[in-house]
Design a binder for this molecule. Structure first.
Ligand SMILES: [Fe+2]
Length: 208
């Protein structure tokens, strides 16, 4: 993919109904995760299938879940839309997009996302606020303030970060794609090395 592709902001992509559903959905996922741990309903070696509270990228993250079926459906349904949006940019030459993985996360007061670039499974990254307080993102020194339902598509090779979150809580959805071109050129596996989307992280993968 051309390094010239930087970012594209598109407003009002997800409807209020979908946002409301996802917001309630992740709150219930968090509640059931906590209860299952407390009541020892799930053995420790299976905990990661239901969620995580550690996140290498944002210490103190409240709750995060990789590859949840609900978020992977959004990953699938938005693939073509995102492909069309990035294809409008002159600097984009990646061709077809292939799903990599999705994340749903709940952040809380005081969280910080340090400046970083994404791993190779995140060439085309998308951040999409679902609800709660606003948490601006900076990509390549440009600040973006998104409302729930807006999407920011950005080149994961560009440095990006968020300053300290000043509000109580927020829910964010992350979608990651590869270009078919780079999968082939760099001999990478599709779906973040999983058999297909909708599955937990590949066992050899360090989730970030
Ligand atoms: Fe990132």
């Amino acid at each position: 993919m051309s390094e010239k592709f930087r970012y594209r902001l598109v407003r009002k992509v997800l409807s209020k109904d979908i946002l409301d559903f996802l917001y309630e959905y992740i709150l219930m996922k968090r509640k059931s995760y906590r209860t299952m741990l407390q009541e020892k309903i799930i053995p420790p070696y299976l905990e990661h299938l239901f969620g995580q509270t550690e996140d290498d990228m944002v210490p103190g993250t409240d709750f995060t879940i990789y590859g949840d079926v609900a978020s992977e459906v959004i990953l699938k349904k938005l693939r073509r839309f995102i492909q069309e949006e990035v294809s409008k940019l002159e600097a984009y030459d990646g061709g077809r997009l292939v799903e990599s993985y999705s994340f749903l996360r709940i952040y809380r007061l005081g969280n910080i996302l340090e400046k970083h670039t994404d791993r190779t499974s995140c060439q085309i990254s998308v951040t999409l606020p679902i609800g709660g307080g606003k948490w601006p993102i900076f990509v390549d020194d440009q600040e973006f303030i998104l409302d729930p339902g807006d999407i920011l598509i950005y080149n994961g090779n560009l440095p990006h970060w968020r300053n300290e979150f000043k509000e109580k809580e927020c829910v964010q959805l992350f979608l990651h794609y590869n270009t078919a071109k780079e999968l082939k050129e760099k001999n990478l596996k599709a779906y973040d090395s999983r058999l297909h989307i909708g599955l937990p992280a590949h066992k050899n993968l360090i989730v970030k």
